[in-house]
Design a binder for this molecule. Structure first.
Ligand code: NAP
Ligand code: ZN
Length: 364
């Protein structure tokens, strides 16, 4: 039986929550009341304290992804940290008052090989935190730009107590999306790692690669981010528009993570890989990349993609952050400034993640 059918057979009550939503690709985000389901026996209800602003929120709100058309109204937000307000009778890991977090996933079928391997993000039936079919209430799921959310216990994470909550929120997407491919491709001490694009994902990638002991080189189009890159843990910074600087690194990288949100020439980075090096794309511009066959085959290089991370790995990443005291560098904003923040994000003008203080929504 599909997850959708199971849930439809047990439709339950709902309550109203405050949120910010976009009514169309051209509309600014504006206040809206949305339905949330009453928590069922396996559910955790969370009062949202902070929600990060991911560039994916911007892509989705502006309907920039042809493969994932946006259903309006759209309530974005998948970097959620909050406090548990209620739990269902079968919930064992959380109790009211606990700090809890939710990332990009809120459900999956639980039985497929991907789910069995703890890779729920690759499950054919995975349900994203927003803009996915909502089997409980109909319509689509609504994300974290809201004062509360109800999520199945399996998809709720624990935040180490030493982490600042505003800075921890972006770990739920920017954190795990950069941590997961680095673990998969064996980033360790002695490896030379490139990070392309110093934004929300990029700055987390620098912190993780540095903490894993790698030699980290950052590629940026913004010369004014050089000092920050070094402070965040980079060993070297390359201004990617400078061909001479790029040439110096040819054939030398074990691994490069591309976290750029817009169209750019990816071959310029593939050429920087050594034999058997890998470039993983996490950035998601809509326009397809043109790949030169020779840049891959000359040194048996590989090109791959990676999508967020599974639940177990997200918890592993959060625990790693607790141990190494890693959080995102955030600019905390009230929700009333969200449209201004989107404009700045589209100009790569944020150091390095906006985190919305949801207390501002209460007073709305
Ligand atoms: P972000 O904070 O806006 O950072 C993107 C960075 O890309 C910018 O800071 C800028 O870095 C660089 N950039 C922007 N425009 C560019 C251009 N025209 N040419 C070259 N570089 C440019 O975005 P983010 O939140 O980190 O997200 C990055 C991308 O990852 C987005 O496409 C997002 O949708 C995607 N994403 C994917 C996953 C996944 O699971 N795979 C998860 C989350 C997000 P510099 O100033 O340093 O050049
Ligand atoms: Zn995201």
């Amino acid at each position: 039986m599909s997850t959708a059918t199971q849930f439809n057979s047990e439709l339950r009550g709902q309550y109203r929550a405050k949120a910010y939503a976009a009514a169309s690709a051209e509309s600014p985000l504006a206040p809206m009341m949305i339905p949330r389901r009453d928590p069922g026996e396996h559910d955790v209800q969370i009062e949202i304290l902070f929600c990060g602003i991911c560039h994916s929120d911007l892509h989705q709100v502006r309907n920039e992804w042809s493969a994932m058309p946006t259903v309006y109204p759209c309530v974005p937000g998948h970097e959620i940290v909050g406090r548990v307000s209620k739990v269902g009778s079968a919930v064992t890991k959380f109790k009211p008052g606990d700090v809890a977090a939710v990332g990009c996933l809120v459900d999956s079928d639980g039985n497929c090989p991907e789910c069995q391997d703890g890779l729920e993000q690759y499950c054919l039936h995975m349900i994203l935190t927003y803009n996915s079919p909502d089997a409980h209430l109909g319509g689509v799921t609504y994300g974290g730009y809201s004062d509360s959310i109800v999520v199945k216990e399996h998809f709720v994470l624990r935040v180490p107590s030493n982490l600042n909550l505003a800075g921890a929120a972006p770990l739920l997407c920017a954190g795990v999306t950069t941590y997961s491919p680095m673990r998969h491709w064996g980033v360790t001490k002695g490896k030379k790692v490139g990070v392309v694009g110093l934004g929300g994902l990029g700055h987390m990638a620098i912190k993780f690669a540095h903490a894993l002991g790698a030699h980290v080189v950052v590629f940026t189009t913004s010369p004014n981010k050089r000092e920050d890159a070094l402070r965040l843990g980079a060993d070297d910074v390359v201004i990617s528009r400078d061909k001479d600087q790029m040439r110096k690194h040819r054939g030398s990288f074990d691994f490069i993570l591309d976290a750029v949100s817009a169209e750019h020439d990816i071959n310029a980075y593939i050429q920087l890989l050594r034999r058997d090096g890998n470039l993983t794309i996490v950035g998601a511009p809509d326009k397809p990349h043109a790949i030169a066959a020779f840049s891959l085959l000359l040194k048996r290089r590989s090109l791959s993609g990676s999508l967020i991370g599974g639940i177990a790995e997200t918890q592993e990443m959060l625990d790693f952050c607790g141990k190494h005291n890693i959080t995102s560098d955030v600019e905390v904003i009230p929700i009333q400034k969200v449209n201004e923040a989107y404009d700045r994000l589209s100009r790569a003008d944020v150091k390095y993640r906006f985190s919305i203080d949801m207390a501002s929504l209460k007073s709305q």
